[in-house]
Design a protein around this ligand. Structure first.
Ligand code: ZN
Length: 326
């Protein structure tokens, strides 16, 4: 419900005829993000090793977990960071994820005895597993024609060098793990209106060449349409002219959760900026591998590509469930 309420605020801000259009003037939504009066206060973080996860348990989905602060997390046996100081952790599921996910919390209860130089550490490590079913999905085949050919089968050595350089920049942007809790905001859609022009996970044939799945959620909208941060975060990449992506922004929302905004015609943020939910980060464009103006919205958790359109409802349900636990 909270995401819907926030969306209403956003639409009102965008629909107001005299709403400031200049990036220098923050939109009204920027001043009224996050907390609504009806929000429950989070229950205190557990001191014992418990593990409780909720959200969208589906291929490309996302979930939130609550456990002991600082507990290390493993997903499907892969070390996946540790819960933050309030015991929150984010987990995500790939497009090819199997029917079950195993989430493990590892708590360090080691005791320090003795005194001074005589201190003796007694290691006590506890682990706790939870298993959740992950629902399968069907993905379509999507043909896209009319793309610039050098964005489908690049061959020019100078261009290949540029693509390598830009891949390194993106890797830097993905490496960020900011100590923030934007993932608790309840995500809103980054643009108002528009038409869904490409769903996530489709097998794609680009200019007749079979390509990797589409890991974005495409919303067609006129060039210049403002793009809003869906939740609070830190900008970890802000590049105006990438070969594939055109104007490109990454936002780190904490716990390894990063959203990306592709093909932008204008950027209103810089690397290192902190953004609040609803803040305008730039505008829709058609640059890079695109056939017309649209926002390609992407989401990544650590190395896993997630579906942002599934995440909106998933994070909201996770919040509601975990905040209601006493
Ligand atoms: Zn896309």
């Amino acid at each position: 419900m909270r995401a819907l309420a926030a969306l209403v605020v956003l639409i009102a801000a965008c629909a107001a005829p005299d709403a400031p259009a200049q990036p220098a003037a923050p939109p009204p939504a920027q001043q009224t993000p996050a907390a609504l009066p009806s929000d429950p206060t989070p229950p205190p973080a557990p001191t014992e090793l418990t593990l409780d996860c909720a959200g969208a348990f589906t291929q490309g989905g996302i979930a939130l977990c609550r456990t002991r602060p600082g507990a290390r997390i493993e997903v499907d046996g892969v070390p996946s960071g540790q819960a933050d100081t309030q015991g929150w952790a984010v987990i995500g599921f790939t497009r090819e994820h199997g029917p079950e996910v195993v989430v493990r919390a590892i708590g360090d209860f080691s005791r320090v005895g003795g005194a001074g130089d005589e201190a003796i550490v007694t290691p006590i490590i506890r682990t706790l597993d939870q298993r959740y079913a992950v629902a399968p999905r069907q993905f379509d085949i999507q043909r896209v024609d009319g793309l610039p050919q050098n964005t489908v089968t690049p061959s020019d050595p100078a261009l290949l060098e540029r693509i390598r350089r830009e891949a390194a920049l993106k890797a830097q942007g993905f490496a960020s793990v900011a100590p923030i809790e934007g993932f608790l905001d309840g995500f809103i859609l980054p643009i108002e209106g528009g038409r869904v022009s490409g769903t996530w996970g489709n097998q794609r044939i680009l200019n007749g060449t079979p390509s990797t799945p589409h890991f974005g959620y495409d919303i067609a909208a006129p060039e210049g349409t403002p793009i809003h941060a869906p939740a609070a975060g830190v900008v970890t990449l802000a590049q105006t002219d990438m070969h594939y992506e055109g104007g490109l922004v990454f936002i780190d929302h904490g716990q390894g959760l990063i959203t990306m905004y592709l093909h932008m015609s204008r950027l209103d943020v810089h690397e290192g900026d902190r953004v609040t939910q609803g803040q305008v980060i730039g505008a829709v464009g058609a640059r890079g591998r695109a056939t017309g103006p649209h926002l390609c919205w992407r989401m990544k958790w650590r190395d896993r590509q997630l579906d942002p359109s599934v995440a909106i409802a998933g994070l909201e349900q996770a919040r509601a469930t975990l905040l209601a636990r006493r």
